[in-house]
Each structure stands twice: as structure tokens, then as C-alpha cells.
Ligand binder design. Structure first.
Ligand code: SF4
Length: 411
């Protein structure tokens, strides 16, 4: 039985109990949320990670080779950096080199849930022109056998493509998986292969209890391209696929409201999703400006904070390398830290989770530098900037906290 089936039968499973313990919530209520599809649990070995209603906002890190840059060693390093700094999940998006071997090594060096986008590997190995639906199924089988915890498919349909053709977007489509799927449909003049093989895909996901993630093909690629009918059609299509998967006992996450979105629209878009569906919402970014190129992790942190505060359950990080190059390990670190900050800001708004902020401030008020470390999002960074000095050197002799401790403290 899958987690949904067991939860629907009222059974509190070990993964549910694990997530409830980690999140500090009641296992009965979590079981109900899993049964209803409001929470998805990714499993890997003994690990269980909950995503969805009432749970802390999670952060995903994308790594993986491209067709132009292939280094198994660098991808493993990125995976290790991501896990060390507290990534909740890692998506291996490799499209170059010996992809199964690279993924095997990533598995060997990590313990967090791993996600894949099977059409990437299929297109890379078989070729966009030659690829057939059955090749995608073969890849899904192989990746399921490797132990992935979730996989992404793109529910693009001809109505979305027609809307994108007719609509004057500055950037018609910026989703790689969505564009590969769309190119396949155009090359073969056929429907989406994931629709044709949806029952077979669900059967594989069910057998391994893998979470289905429905991709955000119609996301906007610049802030000029506001929400349009293509995005609304994608939401409708993804909800319909999600309901079919859920009815089969397969857990689902929907990706949406990602991409480039003007700051004042982000909250509205997130709430729109939340009104239309109960399934956990996965958001890439969003970027509230297009000109932060080289600093997209910072712009993304701003957008993701708003998204998270307004209900996004799961954030896909952005790195400084976005739109520029394949990220290196340092870019992964910077992007992950930025998005952990965004997730934390969101959790403070959603759940009032400010205990660490208070604890750190108490240490700061005591001018206890090393005491602050335990609550820092990136302890190593604090150590580097603090150096070996006992005191903060910013204001020198005129440290406001010290002066007020001396003068107000004695009153
Ligand atoms: S020296 Fe200035 S910046 Fe540093 S702790 Fe004191 S008040 Fe804060």
C-alpha cells in the first residue's frame, strides 16, 4: 500500500510519525492531510520529508551536468555542499555524461530525497528527434529503480501551446522540461506523451511510492509576461492530473506561480493557486525583477519570501549563475542560503516560527558572538566574517549595544 492508501485507512505509518515528530505536529492530523493530498511525503531509506499544509517551508537545490559541462566530481561536490547546508531535497537534472553513473554517485554521497526530470535524461540519451514515449517510460523505470523520491513531468497540452502561439509574450516558454515535451509534441504531431502513458507512469510511481511533481511549463520568463490564459489552463490541467494521481494513491505536488513575477503580484498568484487546489505548491523563485542578473539568488530570495509567507510550501532555489552558466559549488551555497532565508521568513509569517531569531538576539544583546553561531543559517560564513576577534569591529569603541549595556544597564 502507498502512504496515501495507508493514511486513507487511518493508519499512522512510520514516515508519517517521523514527519510529525520532526515538525512537532499531531500524527493523526498529519495522516488526514496525507490522505487528502494536502501533504506529500518524500521517502528515502529511513528519511521522510513532509511538504504541504502546516509544515515548514522546504527548499530544493537543482544540480546536474549540462550537455556542455560534464564533471561527475563537481556534481558530487555540489550535492555534498547542498546536503551539508541543509537542503531538504536535491534535484539531479543531469543531461550530460554517463547520467545513471553520475546519479549513482550523487546517491552514494547524500541521504536527502532525490528528484529527477525523466524527459531530460531521455532527450539527452536518445535525442529529441528519435525519442519515443516508450523511451521515457524506460527512463522512469530506471530512475525509480535507482531510488528517486519524486519525479517531474510536464502537463503541457495543445490548448496551452495554441495560447502561447497566439499570445504576444516576450518569452513564450522558459521551462526546459516543458519545452522538450512541447518540441516532442510538435515533431510527432501528437499529444503529450505523459498523457498517453499516464496510467503506466502512475503504476510505476505507485509501486515505489514516488511523489509526482507536475511541472510549471507556462511560468513567465520575464515580469512583462503577467499571468495569462496559458497559465490558467496549465493550472486546470495540472489539477486534473493531480486528482487522477491522488485517486490512484500516488502523492502529488504541483509546481506553479514560479518564474518572473512582479513583486506586487506574487501574493495574489500564490493565493489564487491555494484557492484552486489543496495539493502542495512548489514554486521556482519567483524573481520580482529581470535585471538582477548575476544576483538572481538575492532577487529570488525577495520573491520567495513573499511566496512562502503567502502559502508556498516548497521553494526551488535560484543561484547567482541563473541565465548565465551551470552553477558551481559556491553558487549552490549562495543560492541555498538565500532560499533558506526566504523559507524561514515565510515560516515566521505563516506559523510565527521566530524562536531562533529571539534566541540569537538575546545572545547579541549579551555581545556573545560565539553564542549566536548556533542560530545562524550559515555558521561557516559567520566564522569567516567574525575572524578571531572577540568583538565586532564595525563601530569600534562606539558599539551601541555595549554603550547602552553600560549606561542604561546600570539605571
Ligand atoms: S559594534 Fe556596532 S554593529 Fe557591532 S555589535 Fe556593536 S552596535 Fe552592532
Amino acid at each position: 500500500m502507498t502512504l496515501i492508501e495507508e493514511a486513507s485507512a487511518g493508519k499512522i505509518t512510520i514516515p508519517v510519525a517521523t514527519v510529525a515528530g520532526n515538525e512537532g505536529i499531531d500524527p493523526e492530523s498529519l495522516t488526514r492531510r496525507v490522505a487528502e493530498g494536502r501533504v506529500a511525503i518524500m521517502q528515502r531509506g529511513d528519511r521522510a520529508l513532509g511538504i504541504g499544509q502546516g509544515l515548514c517551508t522546504k527548499v530544493n537545490v537543482n544540480i546536474g551536468t549540462s550537455t556542455l559541462q560534464i564533471s561527475q566530481e563537481k556534481e558530487v561536490t555540489k550535492a555534498k555542499v547542498a546536503e551539508k547546508l541543509g537542503a531538504d531535497t536535491i534535484s539531479d537534472l543531469s543531461m550530460g555524461g554517463d547520467i545513471p553513473c553520475i546519479r549513482r554517485e550523487i546517491f552514494r554521497h547524500t541521504t536527502v530525497p532525490i528528484t529527477t526530470v525523466p524527459i531530460y535524461q531521455t532527450a539527452a540519451e536518445v535525442g529529441l528527434q528519435k525519442m519515443q514515449g516508450k523511451d521515457i517510460l524506460t527512463t522512469i523505470h530506471q530512475q525509480a529503480e535507482q531510488g528517486i523520491s519524486s519525479l517531474v513531468i510536464h502537463g503541457v497540452n495543445w490548448r496551452i501551446l495554441d495560447l502561447l502561439k497566439g499570445k504576444k509574450r516576450l518569452l513564450p516558454m522558459v521551462s526546459k522540461g516543458g519545452s522538450i515535451t512541447s518540441a516532442y509534441m510538435c515533431i510527432h504531431d501528437c499529444d503529450n506523451p505523459f498523457f498517453e502513458f499516464f496510467d503506466e507512469i502512475l503504476a510505476i510511481l505507485k509501486r515505489y511510492d514516488i511523489v509526482l511533481s507536475l511541472g510549471n511549463t507556462a511560468r513567465s520568463g520575464c515580469i512583462q509576461d503577467a499571468r495569462d490564459r496559458a497559465q490558467q489552463e496549465e493550472i486546470r490541467q495540472n489539477i486534473s492530473l493531480a486528482e487522477r494521481a491522488h485517486a490512484e494513491g500516488v502523492q502529488v505536488i504541483i509546481e506553479g506561480a514560479g518564474g518572473h513575477i512582479r513583486y506586487d503580484r506574487i501574493a495574489r498568484y500564490i493565493r489564487y493557486y491555494k484557492r484552486h487546489t489543496r495539493f502542495p505548491l512548489f514554486v521556482a523563485g519567483p524573481l520580482p525583477t529581470d535585471i538582477a542578473i548575476g544576483y538572481d539568488h538575492i532577487a529570488g530570495c525577495v520573491g520567495a519570501s513573499v511566496a512562502s509567507a503567502n502559502g508556498a510550501d516548497y521553494l526551488c532555489y535560484l543561484t547567482p549563475a541563473e541565465h548565465l552558466c551551470l552553477p558551481n559549488a559556491e553558487h549552490v551555497r549562495e543560492g541555498l542560503v538565500a532560499f533558506k532565508i526566504a523559507a524561514h521568513i515565510g515560516d515566521m509569517v505563516k506559523y510565527g516560527k521566530d524562536g531562533a531569531d529571539r534566541a540569537l538576539s538575546l545572545k547579541r544583546a549579551e555581545l556573545d558572538r560565539s553564542g549566536q553561531l548556533a542560530f545562524a543559517i550559515d555558521e561557516d560564513r559567520v566564522k569567516v566574517l567574525a575572524g578571531n576577534g572577540m568583538d565586532c569591529s564595525m563601530c569600534g569603541d562606539f558599539c551601541a549595544i555595549r554603550m547602552m549595556k553600560n549606561y542604561l544597564g546600570s539605571r
